[in-house]
Unconditional design. Structure first.
Length: 303
């Protein structure tokens, strides 16, 4: 039986997603564990991928649109010598080319070419929406889909290991730090294309999203238990979650009342969003300067 959402402390669950589950599967499991309905996620992970998935529970779902846009870090394995329909190991192999003539320097150069500002074309089987429908749904329905390139930035791509599992294939372990919206499998595809041999991902793990890391994460069950205990590994309460991501602004009692009535307060002259915390230490709103005053971007009124 579902309990009222108000009976569950709002906050973020930091989940270590196992392979083979969609992000929606993880959300559904969290709803069952907590017996509540209001759960969402901040940015998807492919079913093949593992690692950090941020869930919001209750009023914290209002944070998700502002939490998911931060830089991400991934550990990945790129396989050179094969291209697939999905740009990862789960898709049908489209072409195979020998990598026997590729040396390590050429491989490192091609991957270095996937750093900095990029115009990256997402995979046609990505979750990007085309006229209101997911691209992968259109592909599965037999439609030909061509997605527009998007601007992303790869801040760092570090090569850790280059191995040849067969004479014709190369596996490369990398760490990638990038802006939100970057497709790591597109990096594998494009590096393989630059080398003329094709490429795809065989492993992907998200290890950080903004200020949150995989070291803080837990299974859905353990994170849910921490939430119900109002503290513990895998769970951050609403105020702690917001002040971890955004600079805190401590409100006076008068400012708290002003925000409660939807009015503006004095600006801080600091750019970006701030977590406005009332005198009791409770998150009242995310606020942003707009000229001489600060406006409410997202409100969290007392229940």
């Amino acid at each position: 039986m579902k309990r009222p959402d108000a009976d569950v402390p709002p906050g973020l669950l930091l989940v270590d997603k196992p392979g083979g589950m969609t992000s929606h599967d993880v959300v559904a499991r969290a709803r069952r564990v907590l017996s509540v309905r209001k759960v969402g996620h901040a940015g998807t992970l492919d079913p093949m991928a593992t690692g950090l998935l941020i869930l919001g529970v209750g009023a914290a779902t209002r944070l998700l649109g502002h939490v998911g846009g931060h830089d991400k870090t991934y550990e990945a394995t790129v396989r050179l010598g094969q291209s697939t329909v999905t740009d990862d190991r789960e898709g049908e192999v489209l072409a195979t080319s020998s990598t026997a003539d590729l040396d390590d320097d050429a491989i490192r150069t091609a991957l270095a070419g996937q750093t900095g500002p990029l115009q990256q074309v997402p995979s046609s089987v990505s979750a990007v929406k085309v006229d209101g429908r997911r691209s992968y749904d259109r592909v599965r329905a037999g439609e030909a889909v061509e997605l527009a390139p998007r601007s992303v930035t790869v801040h760092r791509l570090e090569v850790h290991r280059i191995e040849r599992p067969t004479p014709d294939l190369v596996d490369v372990d990398v760490t990638v730090t990038c802006t939100a919206g970057t497709y790591i499998r597109a990096i594998a595809r494009d590096a393989g294309a630059a080398l003329g041999v094709g490429g795809h991902l065989t492993a992907l793990r998200r290890t950080a999203s903004g200020p949150f890391t995989i070291a803080q994460a837990a299974t859905v069950e353990d994170a849910g238990a921490a939430l119900l205990a109002d503290g513990g590994g895998g769970f951050l309460g609403l105020t702690e979650a917001a002040t971890t991501v955004f600079p805190a602004r401590t409100l006076t009692a008068e400012e708290t009342r002003t925000l409660f009535y939807g009015q503006r307060i004095t600006a801080t002259d600091a750019p970006g969003l701030h977590a406005a915390v009332d005198p009791d230490g409770r998150l009242a709103a995310l606020v942003e300067d707009a000229g001489a005053t600060a406006r409410v971007v997202v409100g969290f009124p007392r229940a």
